[in-house]
Structure formats: C-alpha cells, structure tokens
Design a protein around this ligand. Sequence first.
Ligand SMILES: Cc1cc2nc3c(=O)[nH]c(=O)nc-3n(C[C@H](O)[C@H](O)[C@H](O)COP(=O)(O)O)c2cc1C
Length: 259
Amino acid sequence: MIFYFTGTGNSQHVATRIGELLGDSHIKHIAEYYDDVLNCKDFFINVDADEPLGFVCPVHSWGIAKSMKRFLKKTKINYQGNKIFAILVCGDNCGKAREQLQETLWKRSHLRCDFVCSVQMPNTYIVMKGFGTDPDELAAQKLADAEQQLPIIADAIINNKPYDHYVIGTHPFLKGRVVYPLFMAFTLSDKKFHADSNCISCGQCVKNCPEHNIRLNSQKRPEWLGHCVKCLSCIHRCPKQAIQYGDITQKMGRYYYKQ
Ligand SMILES: Cc1cc2nc3c(=O)[nH]c(=O)nc-3n(C[C@H](O)[C@H](O)[C@H](O)COP(=O)(O)O)c2cc1C
C-alpha cells in the first residue's frame, strides 16, 4: 500500500512507478480520505502485513506537505509487516522533512520507516519572488535522472539494500524548526489567488484542488475558500494559465507532470 499526496503530479508519478516496480497496485492519493481525516475522531486504516507500506509526498518549505502531515497525525495505521518506506519528492533539497515524517508517523501509529530517500523533480514553487520553475533543460534532466533512480530505489526496498540518497541542503535545523513552522503559520493564505481575463470558467481548478478549497462563484469564476495548503495544483494545471498569485506569477512558468 502506498499513500501519496501530490499537487502537480511529481509525487503521483513517483508513487505509481514505485508501485509498478514493487508489484504493488494499492496506490492511494490521501485526498481520498479527506473527509475521514477531518471528521472522524478515531480514523484508522489497516494495511496487510504481506505488502510494503509506503509514503510519497512533496517537500514543502523543507518539511512535509501539510496534507500529508495532517493525514499522518490523524490516521492510525495498523500494520504488522516489516517494510515501511518513504520517498520525499523535492525540487532541490529536503531539510528536516525526513525527521518530521518519522516523528509524525511514530506519534500516531507507532511505526518507523526503515527506508527514507529523496528524489529531485522539477520545481513548482512560484508564489514568492526569487523562486520559479526550472529552465526546461534542467527540468528534463531531473525527470531523466529520476527515471534512472526509481528502479534503484525499488530494488533497495525489496532487497533491504542500503541506499543513502537524501539531499538535506544547508541549515536543515533552522529550516526545519524555524522556517517550516513560520511557513505553515503565515504563508498558506489563499487571498492572493485570482483568475485573470483568460479564465474560461472550465472548472478544472475546482476538480484539481485536493483540498476542495475552490468553487466557481455565481459569475462562474474561481473562488478560494480559505483552507489552502499551497500545493499549487490550481495555478500550474490551469489550461489557460489564467490563475495568478498577486502580481508575482504573470511572468512565471507553469509545470505539472505529464505522462
Ligand atoms: C509550497 C511549496 C514549497 C516547496 N518547498 C520546497 C522545499 O523546501 N525544498 C524543495 O526542494 N522543493 C520545494 N518545493 C518544490 C516541490 O517539493 C517539488 O517541485 C515537488 O516535486 C512537487 O511535488 P508534486 O508535483 O507532487 O506536488 C516546494 C513546492 C511548493 C509548492
């Protein structure tokens, strides 16, 4: 069983590919459990001991994406097997995401990953000045490198081989203990999202939002509802590139994983 979260498809691809390589067809987007996680006080999932248990999620602000953190915090996962792994999908580096995932999983489910690694995929953080999508060549290189890396990861998981690939980056402590909490507390507001005149009211943003945080208003324009996790699915997947964030994103590129 592999649980994943994704905004722009990178982690979904990693989860699916690893599932294929492990021969595991139980691949679940944690958005499927959205209502249970939010509303059920004692939500639990049983995972068969015969299959591996995996988690795949994007790195957000050098920690784990908010939706995955909430899922792990609120869900008691019952698993008696002995193969637990996590793959952290970043644009550059992961800081303390590994420790954070381990701590959160342990607190609720008393489970510990035997295997954690990172995979670099194209960057998606475009809602702050100084950041942006990767140049095409770099994005293509990251995708090609990841394709080479995934079979090695699967082999290491299946055969309990050591595999020490985790890109931590600089100042992990500061990023993990200071920047991440500040990011989660102060930058998740969706007030700056809006659709420009290119919007064709197709509703893709509504469908693509894993948090059910967008609806079309009476003028058929998207409206954000105040519980965004900044996965940026809406902005990157809009077929008309009509979604903007303040005045930062007009000239920024867009990216989502295409098969
Ligand atoms: C809000 C946000 C914060 C991010 N923070 C980081 C980060 O701290 N380190 C990093 O390497 N990449 C960061 N990224 C880039 C993503 O981790 C990366 O592009 C990932 O592959 C996206 O996965 P997804 O397509 O499954 O959503 C961030 C992206 C977003 C949207």
